[in-house]
Design a protein around this ligand. Sequence first.
Ligand SMILES: Cc1cc2nc3c(=O)[nH]c(=O)nc-3n(C[C@H](O)[C@H](O)[C@H](O)COP(=O)(O)OP(=O)(O)OC[C@H]3O[C@@H](n4cnc5c(N)ncnc54)[C@H](O)[C@@H]3O)c2cc1C
Ligand SMILES: *[C@@H]1O[C@H](CO)[C@@H](O)[C@H](O)[C@H]1NC(C)=O
Ligand SMILES: *[C@@H]1O[C@H](CO)[C@@H](O)[C@H](O)[C@H]1NC(C)=O
Ligand SMILES: *[C@@H]1O[C@H](CO)[C@@H](O)[C@H](O)[C@H]1NC(C)=O
Ligand SMILES: *[C@@H]1O[C@H](CO)[C@@H](O)[C@H](O)[C@H]1NC(C)=O
Ligand SMILES: *[C@@H]1O[C@H](CO)[C@@H](O)[C@H](O)[C@H]1NC(C)=O
Ligand SMILES: CC(=O)N[C@H]1CO[C@H](CO)[C@@H](O)[C@@H]1O
Length: 494
Amino acid sequence: MAIVDFSVSFCLLVFLLGLTRATDLNETAQGACEDLKNIRGGATILPSTAGYLELSTENWSSTAWATPICIFQPSHASDLKQAVGILVKSKVSFAIRSGGHSPSPLAANSNDGVLIDLSGLNQTFYDAASQVVTIGAGLRWQDVYHYLDQFKVTVVGGRVLDVGVGGLLLGSGLSYLSDLYGMACDNVVNYEVILADGSIVNANASSHTDLFWGLKGGANNFGIVASFTLRTYPIHQVWGGIKSYSTDDVPALLEALMKYQSSPNKDPYANLMLQPFANNRSIGAVLNLVYLKPEVSPAAFQPFYSIPTTSDSTKLQTLTEMMSGQMVPGISRWDWFATSFKPTSALYKKIWSIATSTPELLKIQDIMSGTLVLGFQPISSSLVEAGVARGGNALGLSRVNQTWLVLDVGWSNAKDDFSAHSATGSILNKIVSETKSSGKALPYIFMNDASWDQKVIESYGHVQVTKLKLARQRYDPSLVFTRLVRGGFKLPES
Ligand SMILES: Cc1cc2nc3c(=O)[nH]c(=O)nc-3n(C[C@H](O)[C@H](O)[C@H](O)COP(=O)(O)OP(=O)(O)OC[C@H]3O[C@@H](n4cnc5c(N)ncnc54)[C@H](O)[C@@H]3O)c2cc1C
Ligand SMILES: *[C@@H]1O[C@H](CO)[C@@H](O)[C@H](O)[C@H]1NC(C)=O
Ligand SMILES: *[C@@H]1O[C@H](CO)[C@@H](O)[C@H](O)[C@H]1NC(C)=O
Ligand SMILES: *[C@@H]1O[C@H](CO)[C@@H](O)[C@H](O)[C@H]1NC(C)=O
Ligand SMILES: *[C@@H]1O[C@H](CO)[C@@H](O)[C@H](O)[C@H]1NC(C)=O
Ligand SMILES: *[C@@H]1O[C@H](CO)[C@@H](O)[C@H](O)[C@H]1NC(C)=O
Ligand SMILES: CC(=O)N[C@H]1CO[C@H](CO)[C@@H](O)[C@@H]1O
């Protein structure tokens, strides 16, 4: 993992190359913006137009703010088809944005090209007969859940309401329903995709099946998805909420987590995420838990019940209500790092000890608002099996019970971006050394929790990467979505 070998000379080189390219590109980009204005259904927003500032800084983390030459907003897939034609022909780089919740700089924004903002692709259509819903790629999960609530069904989607559907589904997507039904992408039955040649295709189990498989984890490497059709499930009333704990109880919580995960028949209706804050005792540890049936204090969470809480919002409510109660700290800049492993009590102890005693934590504390949060996400082998049962995905997951750990780092000022990134990357490396030396490491890196320099797609494994490359050769032989769309997690070129 190349998290810490971020060499200064390499950055400088990339920066200089970027400068020389930007001056040429930017005239062409302005020309392309003029052409985009002629697309009837779409809107083209220039730096001088109202709304530009709001859109170029529209995001969850200000690490993702940028200054695109223009912003194009399609209203229909046909507008996108024309836009892709113009951008590819003029070789203008572009970025694709759904909900703008990736904190990776330029994953969904651009400084020398065009930003395609999908927020106008906002249709919703529930087909009760086939129990699927078709959703536009610019929606947020809150739009989808609120729409589906009237039918008392839901989808395998994001756990936080303002996240976009596009990035989450193309990065696979971890949901409160995942132990039952697999990753969010495992529940996509159709992708409507604009390819590099400007054609619009359906990728599903009977048409363009290699593309269908590749989009389940393949991010923005194949095309722009205009809409997704997802399976729905009749889950509505649940029991859940947030329990908070003192930092002193983190060791007990990690013991409880281990018991919860290793109970002989882990109940797939029970789902949780445990987030201890490494350096904020006033927050302590946060446990999001949900039982996907209207049953108060189910047995599955038994190991946690004896640990004293500092606050507790668990109650019977709808799943959407439960998710609307998620708290996110108000910090302006974020980065995060992912790893996965087979859990043991000893490893959990070790990880907490690394996170709280390593010298890098002091570096994070020295940064304004510097905050390190660990996220322990238990993943049952049933999640992996549910994915296989639905046709499989590109992720290369091991069929074992596992934990996906995310290290979230938040801070305030742009001048600290490098320090926050490198300190957290270094903590992750120490944790990975520990999981490796204890023989419990797993190769998988969860894209939606990964930092921009983690080798996410490589982590799926050689066989998967080879298959993804074959699909790319077929659908994007000139590598438009690898090269012209620079942002996001890339399928390696060779
Ligand atoms: C508060 C918060 C909570 C989160 N909770 C979860 C969670 O519960 N589960 C989970 O799995 N992840 C979660 N995430 C991570 C989230 O899934 C990723 O950050 C994801 O990239 C966000 O999607 P987006 O559409 O909002 O992002 P964007 O920044 O708009 O897009 C992310 C990437 O996807 C590409 N992309 C987006 N839409 C398309 C499209 N239609 N076609 C082609 N490429 C596209 C973009 O080019 C970009 O590279 C969370 C993130 C945050 C900030
Ligand atoms: C074009 O690029 C130059 C040099 O990078 C920059 O100064 C200028 O602001 C850019 N123009 C626009 C419209 O972004
Ligand atoms: C969908 O987006 C369009 C264009 O931004 C907007 O006019 C419309 O109100 C939106 N529809 C819904 C249901 O949000
Ligand atoms: C799959 O794609 C084909 C070809 O476009 C289409 O006719 C069919 O309806 C699609 N299936 C689903 C489930 O969307
Ligand atoms: C995962 O744990 C469950 C019990 O919670 C067990 O039934 C299952 O066999 C385990 N999976 C594997 C692959 O060991
Ligand atoms: C801890 O979090 C609280 C609530 O977000 C915040 O007000 C406080 O400043 C944080 N403390 C530190 C030391 O970062
Ligand atoms: C639309 C949106 O979410 N915009 C937000 C972008 O970030 C700034 C700063 O955090 C917020 O003020 C905006 O609301």
